[in-house]
Design a protein around this ligand. Structure first.
Ligand code: TZP
Ligand code: MG
Length: 236
């Protein structure tokens, strides 16, 4: 049945995972999420995830619709965290689910084959299961402990990220405690990109923070390609 096709068995969307902004209204210093996303896009983020845990569904749909339009204009994929209903309502490019959310195989079936499906994984086993369930990418989660997600499982660390990335053929994105100081090490360990909340949304200058993270990630991607590791880095 088509829902069990892995991303390597179907025509998976081509996605640039290098710098993935994950929104958090509560950490955005009182700025509107649209303002943060606009600045992050100007700074060079290659992907945006709308992650909102509070508020009414009506407001979420209105906000997500605005963000989807900004991302579409920038040519950047727009993903909704957890809320498949919101993703479908605003015709987002995809959805991201965690281990306690809707099962990935079901999310794949509901969202359709043409959309991007991301799944959080904290071990090689969870990553392999996500791949088998039809995920396009895995979020290695969390790499480092972070106050941004209080209920996160134990951190996998850089070595755990490497083991996780080696376990699957789909791209792996590192999340949790990532900033310009450690982003390069994520790419060197096998990640296709980094997903970042506070280092972007809480920055005084979001555009500049995104630009400097992009420089770090691009340099690390260039170095990995130089070592012949093109498969897991950059545009897949
Ligand atoms: N999933 C795993 S860690 C995390 C999420 C959403 C939060 C990452 O936030 P930060 O501020 O980039 O550490
Ligand atoms: Mg979730």
């Amino acid at each position: 049945m088509c829902a069990s096709l892995t991303s390597t068995e179907r025509a998976a969307p081509r996605v640039d995972y290098r710098l993935y902004l994950v929104t958090d209204a509560g950490l955005s210093r009182g700025r509107r999420t649209a303002e943060v996303v606009r600045a992050a896009l100007a700074g060079g983020v290659t992907m945006v995830q709308y992650r909102e845990k509070a508020g009414s569904t009506r407001l979420m749909i209105e906000e997500a619709r605005e963000l989807a339009a900004l991302c579409r204009a920038a040519g950047v994929p727009f993903i909704v965290n957890d809320r498949l209903d919101v993703a479908l309502a605003v015709e987002a490019d995809g959805v991201h689910v965690g281990q306690d959310d809707m099962p990935a195989s079901l999310a794949r079936r509901l969202v359709g084959m043409g959309k991007i499906l991301g799944v959080s994984a904290g071990s090689p086993e969870e990553a392999r299961q996500a791949e088998a369930d039809g995920a396009d990418y895995v979020g290695a989660s969390p790499v480092f402990a972070t106050p941004t997600k209080a209920d996160a499982p134990p951190p996998v660390g850089v070595e755990g990220l490497g083991r996780l990335a080696a376990a699957v053929r789909i791209p792996v994105v590192a999340i949790g405690g990532i900033n310009a100081g450690n982003a390069g090490a994520m790419i060197a360990a096998g990640a296709a990109g980094v997903a970042v909340v506070s280092a972007l949304v809480s920055a005084a200058d979001v555009r500049e923070a995104a630009a400097s993270l992009r420089r770090v990630v691009d340099a690390a991607v260039g170095a990995a390609r130089g070592r012949g590791e093109a498969r897991r880095v950059g545009k897949q």
